[in-house]
Design a protein around this ligand. Structure first.
Ligand code: 5GP
Ligand code: ZN
Length: 114
């Protein structure tokens, strides 16, 4: 997708602070961190949103979670994984990604009303 920021990061056209990369998945620090540790785990295939996951592409999602397990080794006090899909969830980049947040107590609420 030529106008997708994350496809551009994957292609190396936009710089990022990478934490991990293989043939199928990339992980890099979020530009606007919401916790001391905040990175994004992103399939290299352009899947727009969680509602677009199918039997054909779900292996990428499984691989994302394998990478999350690798990158959170040693996060002994826990971490949170978040996916936003669509307008109500505030998804701003239309390329499937999983936020990983850690490094402080994250609070009990999964969502705040606005
Ligand atoms: P969403 O709101 O779609 O769930 O999350 C998109 C995330 O991507 C946001 O947390 C935002 O800070 C991050 N982001 C947007 N543009 C860039 C960028 O160019 N580089 C990096 N590293 N993160 C970005
Ligand atoms: Zn993309």
């Amino acid at each position: 997708m030529s106008d997708c920021i994350f496809c551009k990061i994957i292609a190396g056209e936009i710089p990022s602070t990478k934490r991990y990369e293989d043939d199928d998945v990339i992980a890099f620090n979020d530009l606007n961190p919401q916790a001391p540790i905040h990175f994004l785990v992103v399939p290299k295939l352009h899947i727009p949103c969680a509602k677009d996951i199918t039997a054909e592409n779900s292996a990428y999602v499984a691989k994302c979670f394998e990478v999350i397990a690798k990158l959170t080794k040693g996060f002994d006090t826990g971490f949170r994984v978040i996916n936003n899909c669509g307008e109500d969830a505030g998804q701003s980049v239309k390329h499937l990604h999983f936020h990983v947040l850690a490094g402080r107590r994250l609070g009990e609420k999964l969502c705040a009303e606005i």
